[in-house]
Design a protein. Structure first.
Length: 113
């Protein structure tokens, strides 16, 4: 029961603060749970670690931003940096693994007239 409440508190925070990219320590503080409790909760509910869960949330936010961007000046790197991705090679690999396309391919349809 406690694990479900921890996950619900994390999800609620992430939904109410879509422009925030919290760390694991931030989520522990937000959910009033230890890192171990947060880890057990994520493994029980999501079958993944808190770090991978947060990465997935951040990757989805990058994708949402890229899909709604319409200016040709928009750069994948700028959007990725906004969500805490600094190594573009790792970012592009993780993005393609999750979505089946490169971030530039998500942005490309919006950048062309």
């Amino acid at each position: 029961m406690r694990r479900q409440k921890v996950v619900e508190a994390a999800e609620e925070y992430l939904q109410e603060n879509p422009d925030d990219a919290p760390s694991i320590a931030d989520l522990c503080e937000i959910t009033h749970a230890s890192e171990r409790t947060l880890s057990y909760a994520c493994h029980t509910i999501y079958d993944t670690s808190p770090a991978l869960y947060l990465k997935s949330v951040r990757l989805n936010r990058v994708r949402n931003d890229l899909k709604r961007m319409s200016l040709p000046e928009t750069s994948v790197q700028a959007v990725a940096n906004t969500w805490g991705f600094w190594h573009m090679g790792h970012f592009a690999k993780d993005y393609k693994t999750l979505f089946g396309e490169l971030p530039s391919e998500t942005l490309a349809p919006r950048a062309s007239p």
